[in-house]
Ligand binder design. Structure first.
Ligand SMILES: [Zn+2]
Length: 254
């Protein structure tokens, strides 16, 4: 079985002061590639650094909606420079977050629209973070040309949101919550999507799956996400791994 953790934060230096251990552990568990995702300039720089250090690690860089208070148009220059590096494979995580109010909605929209322009100009895949704002994010995307691939990371929307995301050609990321006993609604959405439109991720160090729920998450735990997703879809873990890995490889161009 070959798996990819399509979304982790080994660039969180508090949780992963030395990411080499977590990477080795992930390889031992059958994870052969990891995408480390940035949220602000510091985390973006660290994601780039780790991706340059480890062959199996790739970077996504972007301004997370909750960081956009400090965003300026000039900061796009650094993103462009970073996207020129061969290990930078996506723009993200970008999007809308109405749960936290670290940035105003206006600040979030400005950074989102600028980064979407950038992604489209470079034909770069985009990873979205979206919390309690699914319908507004989809409204934005439905008005744009469908020229770049979209990945809705840690998807928590309804079946109707999922249908709209599918119409945009999107992929959907599933994490630890698919292992939680009370996530029947999420598992229904996953069945609606089917294995051809899903990728698996950990979001480590957050959102650990059962049996590590509440503890610090690690990329190797993506195996638990794969097992729970396979059970929800009624397929074998091997089939689930093959489909989700294939989807991720296509999205990131591996
Ligand atoms: Zn994340």
């Amino acid at each position: 079985m070959r798996l990819i953790d399509t979304h982790c934060h080994l660039n969180d230096t508090k949780a992963f002061p030395d990411p080499s251990e977590a990477i080795a552990e992930a390889h031992a568990a059958g994870i052969d590639k990891l995408v480390v995702v940035g949220v602000d300039p510091k985390m973006n720089a660290r994601a780039m650094e780790i991706s340059e250090q480890f062959e199996s690690v790739y970077a996504a860089i972007g301004w997370h909606p909750t960081s956009t208070k400090d965003y300026t148009r000039e900061s796009l220059d650094l993103l462009i420079e970073q996207l020129d590096q061969p290990k930078a494979v996506a723009l993200g995580e970008i999007g809308l977050d109405y749960h936290w109010d670290f940035s105003t909605r206006e600040e979030q929209y400005r950074a989102l629209l600028d980064q979407l322009d950038l992604a489209e100009s470079r034909n770069c895949p985009v990873i979205f973070h979206c919390r309690e704002a699914e319908s507004d994010l989809l409204d934005v995307l439905e008005k744009r040309p469908k020229t770049v691939p979209y990945l809705f990371h840690c998807f928590a929307g309804t079946v109707e949101d999922a249908r709209r995301g599918l119409d945009l050609g999107g992929l959907f990321g599933v994490d630890g919550p698919v292992t939680y006993p009370k996530s029947d609604g999420l598992r229904d959405v996953m069945r609606f999507l089917g294995p051809e439109r899903i990728v698996i991720e950990t979001d480590a160090p957050w959102m650990a799956p059962v049996p590590y729920r509440g503890k610090r998450n690690r990329p190797s735990y993506v195996t638990y996400v794969n097992e729970a997703l396979a059970a929800a879809l009624g397929i074998t873990p091997e089939e689930c791994a093959a489909a989700t890995t294939r989807n991720a490889e296509k999205f990131f161009g591996f």
